[in-house]
Design a binder for this molecule. Structure first.
Ligand SMILES: [Zn+2]
Length: 327
């Protein structure tokens, strides 16, 4: 839960306002885009001056319409600045300045740092399990009963940060669906994991009984978003419900357990809640670069560190316990 759980939850929230926004309904902007499409596009691309390295990478090359929208947005925003009025949203998004063809460079950078942090957590957890803690003598497998589940969690978390970085580089239908789908998958999986760990479900059959209906539900929801309708409102309800459910599970469990590292759970939950304010009080990008969403991605980096630290403590704690019982 923790980190990526609410990260995913908020990825779900992002898309709520995608239809017409204040900026793009302004007549001056609309006229600009119309004119640009007729005069500004050379062979469906906007002419870019400068050496090859300031040209956009091929995979990020923008089509005529989005180039025109971008340039008219900057133009309209400059005019607004002269008039002393604050930034407004265009097509549901704040006016960001591109860097090397990347739409939201700061969010991309923080997504990649989150990815690195997840990898660090995942790898150090793996090393702890297989090289530091004792293994079961017969099978050479870890004593920790949740080892495989957490390793899979790390994989899904890394996957969703990859797509988050891609989505913030270039927001198109495909990248949006990949980002949303991987976030929902992670959120659903972390809910299963929260139930299994807090209720200490160790029996394989019982685990399947918990997981099967949730996997079926999450799969159906992802298929619905991709093949039928990317319904932001519905997706938000699903994400919030799954997010709050696991948050509550962990908080209640932290309240009753005698786990030595439960303070880390409290800290993660508290930090995540505070960080969530950044998503609720959405503010426009400072200097065209750093917006609330980018800062939110920054805050999840230390939270991720703390979360994996809890997971590793749990592995140590449970292993010590199991080894004692064996002896
Ligand atoms: Zn994001």
């Amino acid at each position: 839960m923790g980190i990526r759980l609410v990260v995913a939850l908020l990825s779900c929230l992002v898309g709520v306002l995608i239809e017409a926004s204040a900026g793009d309904s302004h007549p001056r902007y609309q006229v600009c885009v119309e004119q640009c499409k007729e005069t500004g596009c050379v062979k469906d691309k906007l002419a870019v001056d400068g050496p090859w390295y300031v040209q956009e990478p091929l995979y990020l090359q923008w089509d005529c319409q989005s180039n025109c929208r971008y340039h008219c947005m900057l133009k309209t925003e400059n005019e607004r600045e002269v008039l002393g009025t604050g930034p407004v949203k265009y097509h549901g998004k704040w006016p960001f300045k591109r860097v090397l063809g990347i739409q939201e460079p700061v969010s991309v950078a923080f997504s990649l740092l989150n990815l690195a942090m997840q990898f660090h957590g995942w790898l150090s957890f793996f090393i702890l399990l297989y090289h530091k803690l004792p293994l079961r003598p017969q099978t050479r497998k870890p004593y920790y009963e949740y080892a495989g589940l957490w390793l899979m969690y790390g994989f899904l978390a890394m996957n969703s940060w990859v797509w988050s970085a891609v989505f913030h580089s270039r927001d198109v239908d495909l990248t949006e669906k990949l980002d949303y789908s991987s976030a929902v998958a992670l959120l659903g999986y972390s809910l299963i994991l929260a139930i299994l760990r807090t209720f200490n479900v160790r029996d394989e059959a019982a685990r399947v009984m918990v997981a099967a209906p949730l996997i079926a539900f999450v799969t159906t929801h992802i298929l619905y978003l991709n093949l039928f309708k990317l319904d932001y409102g519905l997706n938000m309800i699903v994400c919030v419900a799954m997010g709050i459910a696991q948050l509550l599970l962990w908080v209640v469990w932290a309240g009753v357990t005698r786990h030595p590292s439960k303070w880390k759970l409290w800290a993660v939950v508290l930090a995540t809640s505070l960080a969530m304010l950044l998503e609720i009080y959405d503010f426009p990008p400072y200097k065209g670069y750093v917006d609330a969403h980018a800062l939110w991605h920054a805050t999840t980096i230390p939270i991720t560190y703390l979360w994996w630290s809890f997971i590793k403590d749990d592995a140590k704690f449970r292993t010590t316990d199991s080894v004692k019982k064996v002896k």
